[in-house]
Ligand binder design. Structure first.
Ligand code: ATP
Ligand code: MG
Length: 384
């Protein structure tokens, strides 16, 4: 379904932002006994296809929270890269981050259903369970145990500065921020490092979390090297796509939990209805200007991604047709592009037992890897 691999375009967004690399301020009343602060050395570096010369030398970890159906932001943000990496022979671990559902809500609503549906979306999008290890992290105890030693490597001040955590807290429906939300990025470091992944296809919102994972790996390696001086963990790097932050129908980040998403598995009519309700603006002439016209530009980008053409060309073609013509173009493009995926999804949905078996097989493989990593961690820490 995908064209030739096109990883991070040369002019793609740089994952280094002031917010993710800013040095923390010292508290003058309390000189810091903390480990060294996050530095730009920990900012995730983009990977380009050219740098992946030997696919067998890499291991990829990506994941999603089972909070609802996957949407087009997921697909263009990370999913296509996952499938491209898989087709190049890169070993892949795909995590259903079920514990992380209860970071920003009191109950994990319809968890089993959402988990199975995530697997369904993965398979429909082209992930092959024979080649990719697909698992839920609640089924891998040793992965979660890594969190304990990793938590000792980051300061409370660093966690409280994390922009993604701040954003997720802002959108959370909870009255109080819970401890799991606060330590979410460190948990994510355990997700990535348990299998020693060195490549992580993510959306832009996850870059600050990846920076924490890189910091954790660096500090762990400095504090607990092997007897011969070698490092336990790789420094994972971000792989951004050509759509690192697809916008939803309200002009904000398309998210499962924000009611602004176009689900991968939506019907063609549902897709038309959702796109019809998308926020645009009053300027009849359609243009591509993500900063000044986020709503219109988000729609233009969506059509461009589906058609494999430049957003400027799409905008030019719609021209003075206004929002209605733009929405028609986007609806047709989305429905046409996703028709084969949706047909495959409907076929796979008929066999829920297969989805559960994929998770069981994945958990078995992931447990073997996590047990080995935990044993190594305990050894370098000098645990008895
Ligand atoms: P939730 O609202 O529950 O947080 P979400 O839609 O943000 O859900 P996640 O499971 O948090 O989805 O994210 C899974 C992966 O998809 C992450 O790598 C994230 O960066 C990426 N992603 C999520 N939304 C988008 C988007 N709109 N554009 C690009 N990538 C995205
Ligand atoms: Mg999210």
């Amino acid at each position: 379904m995908d064209g030739p691999a096109a990883f991070l375009p040369q002019d793609g967004p740089s994952p280094r932002t002031a917010a993710t690399t800013a040095e923390p301020r010292e508290n003058p009343r309390c000189p810091s006994p903390e480990p060294p602060a996050l530095t730009s050395a920990d900012a995730p570096a983009p990977i380009t296809a050219a740098r992946i010369t030997d696919p067998t030398a890499h291991r990829v970890l990506t994941g999603d929270r089972p909070t609802g159906p996957l949407h087009l932001g997921h697909y263009f943000g990370t999913r296509r890269n996952r499938v491209r990496l898989q087709s190049r022979g890169v070993e892949m671990f795909v995590l259903v981050a079920d514990y992380q559902v209860i970071t920003d809500r009191d109950l994990a609503d319809r968890l089993a259903e959402h988990t199975e549906n995530l697997v369904l979306d993965y398979l429909a999008a082209g992930l092959d369970p024979e080649r990719a290890t697909i698992f839920a992290h609640s089924a891998v105890p040793a992965l979660n145990q890594l969190l304990l030693s990793f938590l000792s490597l980051v300061s409370v001040a660093e966690l409280s500065r994390n922009p993604t955590v701040k954003d997720e807290i802002a959108h959370s429906s909870q009255a109080a921020v819970n401890g799991l939300m606060f330590t979410y990025p460190v948990h994510q470091a355990a997700d990535i490092l348990f299998c020693k992944a060195d490549l992580v296809p993510v959306g832009q919102d996850q870059l600050p979390h990846l920076e924490v994972a890189r910091t954790v790996a660096r500090r762990f390696n400095e504090r607990y090297p092997h007897a011969d001086g070698s490092a336990v963990f790789p420094r994972p790097e971000a792989l951004l796509s050509e759509a690192p932050m697809l916008l939803g129908t309200d002009g904000g980040k398309m998210s499962k939990s924000r009611g602004n998403a176009i689900p991968l598995g939506a019907t063609e009519d549902e897709t038309a209805r959702i796109i019809c309700g998308a926020r645009t603006d009053t300027d009849r002439r359609i243009g591509y200007d993500p900063v000044r016209r986020p709503g219109v530009s988000g729609l233009v980008l969506l059509a461009a991604l589906c058609q494999g053409r430049a957003p400027e060309t799409i905008a030019e073609e719609v021209g003075d047709g206004g929002a209605a013509a733009l929405k028609r173009t986007v609806t047709e493009s989305v429905n046409e592009y996703f028709r084969p995926l949706r047909a495959r999804r409907a076929e796979l949905a008929a066999d829920r037992g297969h989805l559960r078996q994929v998770l069981r097989d994945g958990a078995e493989r992931a447990n073997a890897v996590a047990d080995a990593t935990l044993a190594e961690v305990r050894e370098v820490m000098g645990a008895v």
